[in-house]
Design a protein around this ligand. Structure first.
Ligand code: NAP
Length: 331
């Protein structure tokens, strides 16, 4: 089969490899589309823990079951599915167990024609989604869902600030928040992306690259009950200023690195809850897919590339031009 293979840092190429066979309790899926996450960029550029090469990257995928392994009901054959990329979360809803892994490292991922996965990772592909939209959903969708609802407990009429709205995770957060009647605002590097976010329900937006943006924005639109962030870095102190007393900062990434000088006293004096979060449990994943189905949410697909242009798909994400998910169509 054809697959995108990383043979070392920044050594990504399309290659022929053996087609996987299903193990006991597993199925083989013929993938129709895969989607990239920032995680794939970190892995490709060598900025991720536990790297191993060669590896087929990719955490997100959608396709059709074409083969079932020992002990698997034959009725699975022919079903259209999406894959939950979080393996072995464990039984504690509060946090994943140490053996938790994410599809696409250490296990070979979705940027391939076929993949084998245990049936416990499968979820039905909703008929209202195209293959590209279905592939865009899993990792970013479950991360945004858990962050907003399981961790931050966002409620109707609460104000939520979602940073870096071009990100796949951020756009799911915007769509989810809007559906429950919360009041979302956004930030971005790009006024054009803010304008597009307004079309999806954002009340207002600010360009985070402009010096002093937070004070001005806070006067008009703050304070926020919840701030949803995956950028971290020096901008985090601005975000603390925008949170209401007793509010919550929910965060799951550090695209801009660690905050160099966190204003600790603002956190305790204003009774701010810092809520770290990562992906989601099987229960979060099931709740997320049910929510998406119930509200007929369609993931925002920024760009679609064919598998033989997978390197261009990575380059697109790396330059930060995306508004939503970068998807790879698998012919
Ligand atoms: N822990 C987890 O479970 C988990 C899950 C998913 C993602 N993540 C992490 O979360 C981050 C986002 O992932 P993703 O796949 O959604 O990313 P993505 O689609 O590649 O988007 C990255 C976005 O970051 C935004 N950004 C860059 N600098 C920023 C800043 N200073 N302030 C605010 N936003 C900034 C940009 O938004 P604009 O284009 O609007 O400027 C850019 O579009 C990554 O660091 C990723 O590793 C963690």
């Amino acid at each position: 089969m054809k697959a995108a293979i990383l043979r070392g840092v920044n050594q990504l190429a399309l290659d022929e490899v053996g087609r996987p066979a299903p193990g006991p309790g597993e199925v083989v899926i013929r993938l129709r589309a895969a989607a990239l996450n920032h995680r794939d960029v970190w892995i490709k550029t060598g900025h991720y823990a536990g790297l191993r090469f060669p590896i087929i990257p990719g955490s997100d995928g959608a396709g059709t079951v074409v083969e079932v392994g020992q002990g698997v009901d034959g009725n699975w054959a022919g079903r259209d599915v999406i894959i939950n990329p979080g393996f072995d979360w464990g039984h504690n809803e509060g946090a994943q167990e140490p053996r938790f892994t994410i599809l696409g490292l250490p296990k070979d991922g979705t940027l391939a024609e076929f993949i084998h996965v245990p049936i416990c990772q499968l979820s039905a592909k909703s008929a209202h989604l195209s293959w590209e939209e279905a592939a865009a959903l899993p990792l970013s969708g479950v991360t945004a869902y858990r962050a907003l609802f399981s961790r931050a407990g966002l409620k109707a009429h609460e104000k939520v600030l979602i940073t870096g709205i071009g990100a796949g995770t951020a756009l799911f957060a915007l769509q989810f928040a809007e559906k429950i009647g919360a009041l979302p605002c956004v930030t971005s590097s790009s006024p054009a992306k803010i304008e597009r976010a307004r079309g999806l329900g954002a009340r207002a937006g600010a360009v985070y690259a402009e010096a002093g943006w937070a004070a001005e924005f806070g006067r008009h639109h703050g304070p926020f009950d919840v701030v949803f962030d995956s950028a971290g870095g020096a901008g985090l102190n601005d975000l603390l200023d925008l949170i209401a007393p007793g509010g919550r900062l929910v965060f799951f990434g550090a695209t801009r690195g660690n905050p160099p000088d966190l204003a600790w006293r603002k956190v305790f004096w204003r009774q701010i809850s810092l809520l770290g979060t990562t992906m989601g449990s099987s229960a979060d994943f099931a709740a997320m897919t049910e929510f998406v189905l119930r509200h007929a949410i369609r993931p925002v697909v920024s760009e679609v590339f064919p598998l033989d242009r997978v390197a261009d798909a990575f380059a697109y994400l790396e330059t930060g031009r995306q508004f939503g998910k970068v998807v790879v169509r698998i012919p």
